[in-house]
Write a protein that binds this ligand. Structure first.
Ligand SMILES: O=C(NCCCCCn1ccc2cnccc21)c1cc(-c2ccc(F)cc2)cc(O)c1O
Ligand SMILES: [Mg+2]
Length: 214
């Protein structure tokens, strides 16, 4: 019977990456997706921008919306300080099952809480469920039409504090026009666009980094 693309990505990690070595997991996925099968990981080029933002923010609490196979989850978690916590939300149970194994292979399971479900349902419950006050960094990489409503929901739920950073993938391709319009014109945010390329391609894409001003 036919395997899924996430299953083939996991197989590439288990074949080519070293257990407990997050960078080798990231490299194995990038090699597979560049040379064998494209997949919607943030990828190596935008991944370097992600790394620099994570390193600069040095967050104690991170929310990732959109786990997929765990590529950016592993990338982020590998840069976190020892007591930091990353909560990642994945809607698709099949993807979540693969991501758990990729995260385990990287040896980062103790830093990461993978939650299955929809952002709109989970965001209002994160405080009570995980004892989170606010997020220092949010990485948006899920349904592109959910970036704006979920940002407003995070504001309403008091999950953002003065200085919280939102980093949004795919603001050009596939594109998040309503989110960009809101975040670039809101007096409550200071935004910066990092021009890059759609993962593993020459098409334009970029990350939008926004600081919540409170
Ligand atoms: O669609 C993308 N990602 C989202 C996947 C589904 C997320 C579902 N999901 C996960 C958590 C969660 C929580 N709540 C609700 C829903 C939730 C995506 C697509 C492209 C892309 C594809 C084709 C193409 F030709 C060009 C570009 C590139 C990317 O980098 C992407 O990220
Ligand atoms: Mg993406």
């Amino acid at each position: 019977t036919q395997t899924t693309r996430p299953q083939r990505i996991l197989a590439a990690v288990q074949k080519n990456a070293t257990r407990g070595d997050p960078r080798s997991v990231v490299k194995a996925i990038d090699q597979f997706c560049r040379h064998k099968e494209w997949a919607m990981n943030v990828g190596d080029e935008k991944g370097c921008i992600l790394d620099s933002v994570v390193t600069e923010v040095n967050p104690a609490t991170v929310l990732e919306l959109g786990t997929y196979c765990g590529y950016s989850t592993v990338r982020i978690a590998s840069l976190l300080p020892s007591h930091a916590k990353l909560i990642t939300l994945e809607f698709d149970p099949g993807n979540a099952a693969i991501a758990r194994q990729v995260i385990a292979w990287a040896g980062l399971a103790d830093k990461i809480q993978l939650v299955e479900g929809a952002s709109g349902d989970w965001i209002p419950k994160l405080k009570e469920k995980f004892g989170i006050e606010t997020f220092d960094l949010v990485f948006l990489d899920h349904w592109k039409d959910r970036y704006l409503p979920d940002t407003k929901l995070m504001e309403e739920c008091g999950l953002l504090r003065k200085g919280s950073i939102l980093l949004a993938d795919n603001v050009i391709c596939p594109g998040t026009p309503d989110y960009l319009e809101y975040i670039r014109n809101s007096p409550r945010y200071k935004s910066q666009y990092f021009k890059s390329h759609l993962e593993y391609t020459k098409a334009e894409d970029g990350l939008e980094k926004s600081v919540f001003l409170g």
